[in-house]
Design a protein around this ligand. Structure first.
Ligand code: GLN
Length: 464
């Protein structure tokens, strides 16, 4: 039986399982971002330097395909967990596949290289949606700590990204590519061992069983589809789809970090600080640093508001995320204007843009993960997490297309288009927020669904 606490009620501290999921995800993200940072560098490096001497275009093409596919498979991994194996087994299978995938990348040979990428794509599909859903499983419905818990989890993601750039990046570039890829495998292996060793103790029964399938009980609500979804459940699913579409705009802007903003910083920003030229790649770390340092502040704001019964709805928080993203690009427009006039732009423009992007990310991304675990009907919660990640698959592709338009529109044109697009979408989402909230039928604030036919077997940790 689902335990429930009154909406907005806040308990002290967090379930210990959160820190296990934090550590596991931190090592997985270390391996993901560590490998991702090396990928195009390795592909384009000269053969004499141990690389494959591909062209930039070919390397960016496979990079886009890889990062797109990595976010496409979670829908399958989520479905399999919901339906057949439960989230915990799915996470273990995903982690094992990814350890193997990274290790294959550490070996020579093209066929082995592609097999490695394939294992990473499938492994991530099993791992990513399910580890995120399990965080939600730690909190009873209506528990005001949930959003804050996801924000803490999100710090683990970004600590992992920092570790990956630092460890795998340095080993790969300075010692040898295969050492870099191999170290990513070691990171994932550490995550797997930690998870296997402590999950029994710290996770209770969260994620052990597949989600209970529907009991279409006699109820006032009419089951409206062959799979027995009620009208209200369909509304909740549609609400997640609507929000996911807005989120595509956010990630399309966000993903410029590795592409156009990266090239712009390299070519048109004065990176001298204290008499020293800061390497371009270091600018990528500002995002992780801002997220890790500001996450506690944002978590405190949400907890503070929740404790006073003044929760903002998820849609409103995400609209704020879009507005912050848009403001970030206004700073990039400032940079662009300055570099047009003076040849180079001051680096603080770009740093300010990353600051706003990171605050926006904190309003949108952990909140989105949390929202999916609250709003999705329990029996499809992991698959809906896959839908959330699907927005990333689309955005990664779009980001590349848009970024490459800088050739025709100039950077200013692209930055301006994203600023306007993000701010307009933010305003539209704010306007739609009350409707979306209604479509969520109280689940966004963690209330028990008003629909009595809800067969909600969402697991709640006995360790919580
Ligand atoms: N940086 C976050 C992560 O790696 C979000 C990624 C995304 O959703 N694009 O999980």
């Amino acid at each position: 039986m689902q335990s429930t606490v009154a909406a907005g009620e806040t308990r002290k501290g967090h379930p210990p399982g959160l820190y296990l999921l934090f550590a596991t995800e931190m090592w997985e993200r270390m391996s993901y971002y560590g490998m991702r940072g090396l990928l195009v560098l390795f592909l384009t490096a000269k053969v004499a330097d141990g690389g494959l001497a591909w062209t930039n275009a070919a390397a960016l093409d496979i990079y886009g395909t890889y990062t797109g596919l990595v976010y496409l498979t979670p829908i399958l991994g989520g479905y399999i967990a919901d339906r057949y194996i439960g989230q915990r087994k799915a996470v273990v299978i995903g982690a094992v596949l990814m350890v193997l995938g990274h290790l294959l990348l550490a070996l020579p040979g093209m066929a082995i290289f592609y097999a490695g990428l394939g294992l990473l794509i499938v492994g991530n599909g099993f791992f990513k949606p399910n580890i995120s859903t399990m965080v939600g499983g730690l909190y009873p419905k209506g528990d005001g700590r949930r959003d804050a818990g996801f924000t803490i989890f999100y710090m683990g993601i970004n600590l992992g990204a920092l570790l990956g750039n630092f460890i795998c990046g340095t080993l790969g570039e300075k010692v040898g590519w295969h050492w870099g890829f191999g170290s990513a495998g070691v990171g994932m292996f550490l995550g797997l061992i930690i998870f296997l060793a402590l999950s029994k103790k710290l996770l209770g029964d969260v994620g052990l069983a597949p989600a209970p399938q529907p009991v279409v009980a006699a109820s006032s609500a009419t089951p409206s589809s062959p799979r027995g979804f009620t009208r209200q459940e369909i509304d909740r699913i549609i609400a997640i789809f609507i929000i996911s579409m807005f989120v595509v705009v956010f990630w399309t802007g966000f993903e410029q970090a590795g592409g156009l903003m990266n090239l712009y910083t390299n070519q048109k920003v004065d990176r001298t600080m204290f008499g020293w030229e800061v390497p371009t790649t270091w600018f990528q770390n500002f995002n992780s640093i801002f997220v890790v340092s500001l996450a506690p502040v944002v978590a405190l704001v949400w907890s503070f508001m929740s404790a006073r019964g003044k929760d903002l709805s998820s849609a409103v928080k995400m609209a704020l995320g879009l507005l912050f993203m848009g403001i970030g690009f206004v700073f990039m427009m400032g940079a662009s204007r300055e570099s047009e006039l003076l040849g180079k732009a001051a680096s603080w423009w770009v740093i300010a843009a990353y600051l706003f992007h990171s605050v926006g990310e904190l309003c949108l991304s952990p909140v989105g993960l949390s929202m999916v675990t609250k709003v999705a009907p329990a029996r499809v919660v992991s698959a809906m997490m896959g839908v959330w990640f699907l927005a990333n698959a689309a955005a990664n592709k779009l980001a590349g297309v848009l970024g490459s338009r800088a050739d025709k529109l100039g950077e200013m044109g692209v930055f301006e288009a994203i600023a306007i697009g993000a701010i307009a979408s933010g305003v539209l989402l704010l306007a739609l927020a009350p409707v979306i909230k209604r479509m969520m039928h109280g689940t966004d604030q963690g209330e028990t669904p008003t629909d009595s036919s809800e067969s909600d077997g969402r697991p709640v940790s006995s360790a919580a």
